[in-house]
Write a protein that binds this ligand. Structure first.
Ligand code: NAP
Length: 286
């Protein structure tokens, strides 16, 4: 897919009323692009865009876990703007708690946004993208989609799932001219770690002091994170306009350092597992 230069591009962005999604919407409207922005509250979205020209904004209130609502949102975007060029699956929130502590209902609710929501959007746009032999999908993952830490287990499970789904998809749609990227931010100064966003289990145990420490550290972090979400939004626009980013686009030097450490650790683990790995083959099979 080549990013359109002879007309405004049309973007479809989920989770748009705060944080990274909001910064992206603002920048795209300033560029003169068309933006379909999904949110749970169009009122909050419009309020957050005060002072921005919203004549090219298509604000959509919807529940991402409801496939029919997502299909309707995609259809109404095409009716308004004629096409969709770039999809950004951005909606998501963090969750901090030990694997043993996190209640089933909380995980299902998070996966509804993080996995099923993104998957619903993909299934709604892909037939049109295939038909047009064009389109760009950008899924917002996290450095926690590449490596996991104590306390982040269920959030990591969601982002790792998004990574696997996206990497498979990239291979499936390459012949249709559809581009696919994962964006892996480090810490960004958004609402992500504030009580309005972060999920926490209702009850905890004394069994995991390292997790309690992790939670305390992160709840004290808002306002000190390294990453600027406005710059991250600009980087995502670069991913779309150039079309040359690698499938895993790291954002933030904190994320970069952790990703490098992960590759090193994985290489060491592969080397250490080599001797036993080759003992399970059936002899004579090439
Ligand atoms: P944020 O400021 O908390 O914004 C999160 C956005 O996700 C909101 O605009 C919200 O949309 C949407 N969202 C949250 N809960 C939702 C739910 N239950 N249903 C539907 N939408 C929901 O956080 P952010 O940092 O911008 O997060 C954006 C993405 O970046 C997420 O996928 C997150 O995992 C990822 N990320 C963030 C960081 C970080 O440090 N900030 C690091 C790595 C990855 P509405 O309120 O408009 O519905």
């Amino acid at each position: 897919m080549t990013y359109p230069t002879d007309r405004p591009a049309t973007w479809f962005i989920t989770g748009a009323s705060r944080g990274l999604g909001l910064e992206l919407v603002k920048k795209l409207l300033e560029r003169g692009d068309n933006v379909a922005a999904t949110t749970r509250s169009t009122e909050r979205l419009i309020g957050s865009l005060e002072g921005t020209d919203t004549s090219r904004l298509h604000a959509l209130a919807l529940d991402l876990a409801d496939e029919a609502q997502v299909v309707q949102a995609v259809n109404s975007t095409k009716e308004r703007f004629g096409t969709i060029d770039v999809v950004v699956n951005n909606a998501g929130y963090g969750y901090l708690g030990a694997v043993e502590e996190v209640p089933d209902a909380d995980v299902r609710a998070m996966f509804d946004v993080q996995i099923f929501g993104a998957w619903n959007v993909l299934r709604a746009v892909l037939p049109g993208f295939r038909e047009a032999h064009s389109g760009h999908i950008i899924n917002i993952s996290s450095i926690v989609g590449l490596l996991a830490f104590p306390g982040w287990g269920l959030y990591a499970a969601g982002k790792f799932a998004l990574e696997g789904l996206t990497a498979s998809l990239a291979g499936e749609v390459a012949d249709y001219g559809i581009k696919v990227n994962l964006v892996e931010p480090g810490y960004m100064r958004t609402d992500f770690l504030r009580p309005v966003s972060i999920g926490l289990p209702e009850s905890t145990t004394d069994a995991y002091p390292a997790v309690r420490e992790m939670v305390e550290q992160h709840l004290a972090m808002p306002g000190t994170q390294l990453g600027d979400p406005a710059k991250a939004a600009e980087a995502i626009i670069t991913v779309a306009t150039t079309g040359t980013a690698p499938i895993h686009q790291i954002l933030g030097s904190d994320s970069l350092g952790l990703a490098e450490a992960r590759v090193k650790g994985l290489t060491e683990a592969i080397d250490a597992s080599r001797e036993l790995a080759v003992t399970t083959d059936i002899p004579g099979v090439a």
